[in-house]
Ligand binder design. Structure first.
Ligand SMILES: *Cc1c(COP(=O)(O)O)cnc(C)c1O
Length: 416
């Protein structure tokens, strides 16, 4: 028998089966995308599926040990309807500004279930946080002193934790996620002195926040980070002015964006967390362990939809030009944290499949070569009026984009 050398197949995108295709048309919450576009009356828009957010959260909740609290990091998508919905599902919210804090407080959740991280908190923001009684993750000694002063002026004891810049380096799969100088948090080796000062200042100390990186799709890297996080927290706890009530181990669970990426396997992460909870129970007996997730909770439940305005050929390359682009969706253009641009999963929503497909360059309307939505992507031959859809757009979309660049219209957001 003749043996053929196995062909090295090109990596492909993970299937986007969360949005069904019926009669060749993409559906969201049981509705054809074409009907949704008609109802909204104009493109571009973001559409989010509430049920998908719920289902995804429930899967995560079931997978993780019961003793792990799950918080939503609002900066991934601060749309109030989404924040309200996730406030009802999760154990709390993480905010990164006074603006986010206002949205979080409006959900009606207990302020002690809101935490506030971010370097460069202004006195005005700190005052709002202290008045609200939320947990402030302190990012520096200077911030601690300002908090103490504002607390004294207000006559209100501030609720605080220390955001730690870990002293460990994670080299799993070549990715370095900590250990060096950082604008975030306080270097681990300085934390013992800071803890002593917290005691002197009489702040209401709760614990630590240790965040070691975003968009992680490798269980072994997450496991290593979480294991070292517990180890560090237990070591620092020896210097704390009071028992650790709160340990925020960060988030960073990723979702598949690019060819060859797969959904994260939660099982080994959950198993390791169960082991850590048991192992560190004697050292951290009173601590609530919190995971704060942004992208993982909303990223897969959203689509960005824009419309093909023009189709043209240029020296053998087909361009579809849309009315949406990097000003609404910076990350699909490859300019938000990517080093080499890769394609997001995309489709033509009104004709997902066609007998004939060809490589198409899809670009936005901005006069800059950065405004790329898809590069040589196999798509049905595009036509004016087609709805071009970007999957995995529920996180870091509209609010993470330079919406005013070139003064085009903004983008609508709806949740179904
Ligand atoms: C951005 C951020 C998160 C959320 O990160 P994701 O990768 O979206 O899960 C969590 N915690 C802090 C402190 C952050 O700044």
């Amino acid at each position: 028998m003749a043996t053929e050398a196995p062909k090295k197949s090109k990596p492909v995108h993970a299937p986007m089966s969360q949005f069904p295709v019926i009669d060749n048309c993409l559906h969201v919450a049981g509705k054809p995308i074409t009907d949704i576009a008609k109802e909204i009356g104009s493109t571009p828009f973001y559409v989010y599926d509430k049920q998908l957010i719920t289902d995804n959260f429930k899967q995560l909740r079931t997978a993780m040990p019961d003793a792990i609290s799950i918080h939503y990091a609002m900066k991934a998508n601060p749309m109030p309807e989404i924040v309200n919905h996730l406030a009802s599902l999760t154990n709390g919210l993480d905010v990164a500004s006074k603006g986010e804090l206002e949205v979080a407080l409006k959900t009606g959740i207990d302020p002690e279930e809101i935490s506030f991280a971010g370097p460069g908190k202004t006195n005005d923001e700190l005052e709002a946080a202290i008045k609200a009684g939320i947990i402030i993750n302190m990012e520096s000694e200077g911030e601690m002193e300002r908090i103490a002063q504002i607390s004294e002026n207000l006559g209100t004891r501030a609720v605080v934790s220390v955001r730690v810049n870990p002293d460990f380096e994670l080299k799993t799969s070549g990715m370095k996620m900590g250990g060096g100088p950082k604008p975030f948090g306080v270097d681990a080796e300085r934390v013992p002195d800071m803890l002593q000062r917290i005691g002197e200042l009489g702040l209401d100390f709760r614990g630590f926040h240790i965040f070691s990186g975003s968009q992680n799709l490798r269980p072994e890297a997450v496991i290593e980070a979480q294991t070292k996080t517990f180890e560090l927290a237990a070591k620092l706890a020896e210097h704390a002015p009071s028992a650790i009530k709160w340990l925020n181990i960060g988030g960073g669970l990723g979702i598949p964006y690019f060819p060859g990426e797969q959904r994260l396997n939660l099982k080994p992460i959950a198993d390791n967390l169960a082991k850590l909870l048991e192992q560190y129970q004697p050292q951290l007996p009173e601590a609530e362990i919190v995971m704060e997730l942004g992208r993982y909770l909303v990223g897969e439940a959203g689509l960005y939809v824009c419309e093909v305005i023009d189709v043209k050929e240029s020296r053998g390359t087909t361009y579809a030009i849309t009315n949406g682009g990097m000003h609404h969706h910076l990350s699909v253009s490859g300019n938000f944290g990517q080093i080499i641009r890769k394609n997001y999963p995309v489709c033509i929503g009104n004709r997902v499949d066609a007998e004939k497909k060809q490589p198409v360059n899809v670009v936005g309307p901005l006069c800059t070569p950065l405004d790329i939505l898809a590069d040589k992507f196999e798509l049905p031959i595009p036509e004016t009026g087609d709805l071009f859809v970007v999957y995995q757009s529920g996180a870091y979309g509209a609010t993470a984009s330079p919406i005013n660049f070139l003064s085009h219209p903004g983008v609508q957001e709806i949740i179904l």
